[in-house]
Design a protein around this ligand. Sequence first.
Ligand SMILES: Cc1cc2nc3c(=O)[nH]c(=O)nc-3n(C[C@H](O)[C@H](O)[C@H](O)COP(=O)(O)O)c2cc1C
Length: 177
Amino acid sequence: MILIVYAHPHPGRSEANRVLLDAVRDLPSVRLHSLYDRYPDFSIDVQAEQALLEPARLVVWQHPLYWYSVPALLKLWFETVLVRGWAYGSGGTALAGKDCLWVTTTGATDEAYSPQGKHAHPFRAFMPPIEQTARFCAMNWLQPFTVHGAHKIDYEALAAHGRRYREVLQKYLSDHG
Ligand SMILES: Cc1cc2nc3c(=O)[nH]c(=O)nc-3n(C[C@H](O)[C@H](O)[C@H](O)COP(=O)(O)O)c2cc1C
């Protein structure tokens, strides 16, 4: 019911995303799909990806923020999997009505995402391309889940984010069970 499309270029080196995933991977009806593990050569099996998406009610896009956006393989996944006639356009209704949750971690703190901060813009300024990708496919955009300052927070704080993530998915499952 919940498909986590996970895009970490170095899954084995992840700290923040790994803690988040460890907090939810045992939930019933949650399927974790790690794109960089599945497609180290970037050769995406489009039909297999579409078949995975079809039964999902909630699609999660989870990744570390890379250059204010998604890592390259998730961008390629958008380009190749979310195609006209399937995800949008005439007859393209495969994702319509599904929910979409964006889960991302950032190296920078929340304060760095401000007009006075290092990144000059509030974090929400970087959200529209992702949000509109989901909306263009007629998906329902849920409140994104973000963890800022992933380089600075300690394990306890990360674990608390993990518990928060688990609560979000558990609530989704109980509301839609
Ligand atoms: C190539 C690259 C680009 C990055 N771009 C950003 C960025 O634009 N904004 C930001 O806040 N952090 C950026 N980061 C930091 C990552 O988002 C951060 O390391 C990650 O969220 C930590 O999660 P992890 O422990 O699961 O790897 C970047 C890191 C790399 C390696």
